[in-house]
Design a binder for this molecule. Sequence first.
Ligand SMILES: Nc1nc2c(c(=O)[nH]1)N[C@@H](CN(C=O)c1ccc(C(=O)N[C@@H](CCC(=O)O)C(=O)O)cc1)CN2
Length: 293
Amino acid sequence: MPATTHPATIIDGNALAAHTRADVARRTALLSARGLTPGLAVVLVGENPASEVYVRNKVKACGDAGLHSVLERYPATMTEAELLARIDALNNDKSIHGILVQLPVPAHIDAHKVIEAISPAKDVDGFHVSSAGALMVGQPGFWPCTPYGCMKMLESIGYNLRGKHAVVIGRSNIVGKPMAMMLLAQNATVTICHSATADLKAMTLQADVIVAAVGKRNVLTADMVKPGAIVLDVGMNRNDAGKLCGDVDYAGVSQVAGAITPVPGGVGPMTIAMLLVNTVEAAEREAAAQGLA
Ligand SMILES: Nc1nc2c(c(=O)[nH]1)N[C@@H](CN(C=O)c1ccc(C(=O)N[C@@H](CCC(=O)O)C(=O)O)cc1)CN2
């Protein structure tokens, strides 16, 4: 058994998201007073029940913060060409500053092609190759909402990443890779682990910060965590009782870690809050381009 310290500080994603959304509401009010209301288009193709919840929450969060939003829902039979045509129309819609296509899309649609069709200026998910490239080279651009939210959570506890060892478990384009880039930009030493990592425990035991983003429960257990480490759980899974849980064995790890994010109520709410931040940012850039700033 690992040495037990004391229960970890819980990083409350709901509270931080509420605070972040209040700041978005303030920025939105300033823009609206100048005649430019930030607008988000959310496109959902098919009937994935989890996606239905997420897009509803995104639209509600927009309304609560004073943003304009449109939800475009299409049947799973929508063709890729039809979806690309809708994105083209939204790219040219002056009332829309941010566009997202909820993932996953049905199998007959190429998600990469769809993401690349979104104008980089409206890519508030931060998934476009231009956005990924900008993050990689430290240029202004939109950061993917989930890792961006993780960075805000670290900031909220005043954590200084300089010289710290961060281990990211997972190498997806929308979480693991951008997460590693963001940690690196803050001068952390970063290790990316994945399904072919020979000895995951040997890696995580060295980590001051661990981000678990695999999509599999109990990927990180208490014996894999150095006492006092910061643990961010990006996973969204169901346990045997059907209850929502993350990638981390929360009960065990929270006895060893210095701080930890819960699931639910951790990184998830921050994903939506950072989407609003990116959308208001896109609108602010447009306002500046129009000389309204
Ligand atoms: N176009 C996108 N698609 C997807 C993204 C994304 O950022 N852009 N991320 C995920 C889903 N997602 C947002 O879209 C998301 C997932 C979970 C949550 C959240 O708040 N979860 C709650 C629990 C919700 C529940 O009870 O089911 C929590 O963790 O507290 C927000 C957003 C994949 N697709």
